[in-house]
Design a protein around this ligand. Structure first.
Ligand SMILES: NC(=O)c1ccc[n+]([C@@H]2O[C@H](COP(=O)([O-])OP(=O)(O)OC[C@H]3O[C@@H](n4cnc5c(N)ncnc54)[C@H](O)[C@@H]3O)[C@@H](O)[C@H]2O)c1
Ligand SMILES: [Zn+2]
Length: 339
């Protein structure tokens, strides 16, 4: 898979145009809110499909509509599909590209920070089903991921925090230097998302993800460390009926995992304090009392839960994580009071 970067609209348009030489038709999946801000997308000489906003975009109904659209527009094995959007669009686009005619080429141009550093890389595709997130999916890597940094200029602060949640995750599990940098600069970075350092941050995160995915494409062992903070994070998203964003939920999840890593003597108090201080700078509110019975049931849906045994990701130190098997869920439930 190739990673490309453009910072200039004209070069990006030219590059997309150049696919005409290699493919008979170019299809583009995106969303209205993105096109409204970045009007050049509408002017591209491609066949555009505007997807639903938010998680609705990853529904079976949306999938059916797109397959119908592709077949009417005569999309075929020599066509290419480009997904311009956040993780919802790229998850859907990947699944469409993997299943239409048993697979056609696709490319992602992630438009959210979260998608640039995480969702566009690694080849996981997904649809939601019956309110269960990502129940349907496959593994198919895009041919190419194109980073176009000006997309960051139109993201609201919530979306920026969502992106930094995953960036903080990479720093905690894999990159002490990145952590040191974030603990000094996080407030500044969040307030000015299109900054001089963002190119390096994104490239670092992509490299980390690609390295881990290369070792464990199908998520059977080492790739699970990328789920640091996600056991609690996913359960919180469901607990709040998806009114709490993925990134924020993961931040609460990372807080609990760091606390339990400290309580179980895997990291020292000083590291725990440093992590807490970094998270405090994101100014997330304290959550109201969480019903632990309901929360426990939601945690049972976790894909890392096999035979009711939980594989839980903990820190050995800042910058290094490990998978703890048979983790006692009670410890997590007892720790909910800290978030
Ligand atoms: N496949 C993976 O490995 C993976 C990893 C992480 C997350 N995900 C998935 O990603 C999804 C979340 O992705 P997300 O956080 O990018 O959310 P999203 O795709 O819902 O995008 C957030 C919102 O921002 C808007 N938007 C996108 N780009 C914009 C821009 N440049 N300017 C203004 N608005 C813009 C979107 O239209 C949307 O309303 C979830 O469904 C999650 O399951 C997948
Ligand atoms: Zn995530």
């Amino acid at each position: 898979m190739k990673i490309n970067e453009f910072n200039n609209q004209l070069s990006l348009i030219k590059y997309i145009d150049s696919f005409k030489k290699k493919c008979d038709k170019i299809f583009l999946l995106t969303q209205k809110s993105i096109v409204d801000y970045h009007k050049f997308i509408k002017k591209l000489n491609v066949c555009i499909f505007i997807c639903e906003e938010g998680e609705k975009c990853k529904s079976i109904e949306q999938y059916k509509t797109i397959i119908n659209f592709l077949s009417i527009e005569e999309c075929n094995k020599n066509s290419i599909i480009i997904g311009i959007g956040g993780g919802t669009v790229t998850d859907l686009c990947g699944f469409v590209a993997d299943s239409y005619m048993r697979g056609i080429k696709h490319i992602f141009i992630p438009s959210t920070l979260l998608c640039m550093v995480d969702a566009s890389v690694g080849g996981k595709t997904a649809l939601n089903f019956n309110k269960v997130r990502n129940l349907i999916g496959s593994f198919k890597e895009p041919k190419e991921v194109i980073i176009y940094l000006p997309f960051l200029k139109t993201l609201n602060q919530d979306e920026i925090i969502n992106g930094y949640a995953e960036i903080i995750k990479y720093s905690l599990i894999l990159d002490y230097q990145l952590f040191q940098y974030l603990e000094k600069n996080i407030s500044k970075l969040i307030n000015k998302p299109f900054n001089d350092d963002i190119h390096n941050i994104i490239q670092k995160c992509i490299k980390h993800k690609l390295r881990i995915v290369k070792k464990d494409k199908f998520d059977n062992n080492i790739r699970m460390i990328l789920n640091f903070g996600h056991t609690v994070g996913h359960a919180l998203e469901s607990y709040y009926d998806f009114n709490l964003s993925h990134g924020k939920a993961v931040i609460y999840g990372m807080k609990i995992s760091s606390y339990l890593s400290y309580k179980n003597n895997q990291i020292d108090e000083n590291d725990y304090i440093r992590i807490s201080k970094l998270i405090e700078q994101l100014n997330l509110p304290k959550l109201k009392d969480i019903n632990s019975k309901k929360f426990n049931n939601l945690m049972n849906n976790d894909k890392k839960n096999i035979d009711n045994k939980l594989n839980y990701i903990m820190l050995n130190k800042i910058g290094e994580a490990s998978i703890v098997e048979n983790f006692d869920k009670k410890e997590i439930l007892n720790a909910l009071e800290i978030i």
